[in-house]
Write a protein that binds this ligand. Sequence first.
Ligand code: NPQ
Ligand code: MG
Length: 381
Amino acid sequence: MSGLEPGRVERVELRRIALPLVSPFRTSFGVERERDILLVRVDWRSTDGSSTEGWGECVALTEPTYSPEYVDGAQHVITEHLLGRLLTGDDLHASDVATRLATLHGHPMAKGALEMALLDAQLRAAGVSFGDHIGATATTIPSGVSVGIHDDVDDLLATVQRYVDDGYVRIKLKIEPGADIEHVAAVRELIGPDMPLQVDANTAYTRTDGRHLARLDEFDMLLIEQPLPEHDIIGHARLADEVETPICLDESLVSASGTADAIELGACEIANIKPGRVGGYLEAVRIHDLCVDRGVPVWCGGMLETGIGRAANAMLAALPGFTLPGDISASTRFYERDIVVDPITITDGHVTVPRSPGFGFEIDHAFLDSVTTSTATITRD
Ligand code: NPQ
Ligand code: MG
């Protein structure tokens, strides 16, 4: 990434916060009532002498249920293994973070949070927004909502109706065996034939479920997200032949090269891009570019981010290849109050893309302090 002044990280603060969810969020891997989030703050000194701070958000969950990473592990690997490699030298670029950390395997969410904090600081020093930096063009983006699994179909319909009333332009239903065909049928009946609808299984099915999942074809859905376990690329390719509804990968996609392979194998007809899962916003842009090149539609996923990650996702999703509505809903979909001053809202079903420098948010320090559960500081020696 050119045009940005290099610099050095002077100090890093690792903050953990606890944010209660407005309602429990159930997926095929469990129920969550509160989000325990790791934030990274860096003090950055540019080679031109200016000082800025940058913030990154780690999307790892409390337990390794969505992916192998989990928030305590992410904090440990950052403290004990990753940070030391970023606290040397005076002419670092955020775009060097991935290469500096490349000999350490895995941990994309931990690495992505560090890269994000440096990128935010470096962009703020230059007075440039991430969206402008990557050539994002949209000023507003359509907003979709992810709806958790409900045992009771009437409860599900009441929840979906609220989101339709809020203006969301696309509904995504979490599904699992036993809570799928009937739920989708009822929701399609409620919202009518024209409202975009999709489902997300979070790996809950097996290779032998092709005929069952093909029953979803009659409901005219945009896509089926991650029906099979993350490593089963061939299984997804076979499903793509058996099921008419496009197969979209989420958990399986952890790098640009792996995404290219999944596309080539016919396993990925649509891609869910989540910056944290792929090691950061810069790898996310590379995945966007390769999907555009191969004619694969992409959309931006979500990990129940605070206003930090939510603003950043909105900037990313303003790239032209993001042709499907993302899971970038209003902050109030998940949280009563956000840790940023101007939380993401929706108007006429759309989110306004932030334009200010860095990732375009401003921290509400008093509220952030009130939800902080621990703070650790690492200073460069
Ligand atoms: C997905 N996100 O697309 C994820 C999974 C996910 C918005 O559907 C707490 C509990 C936090 C469950 C973060 C959405 C979570 C969670 C992300 C699920 O697969
Ligand atoms: Mg998903």
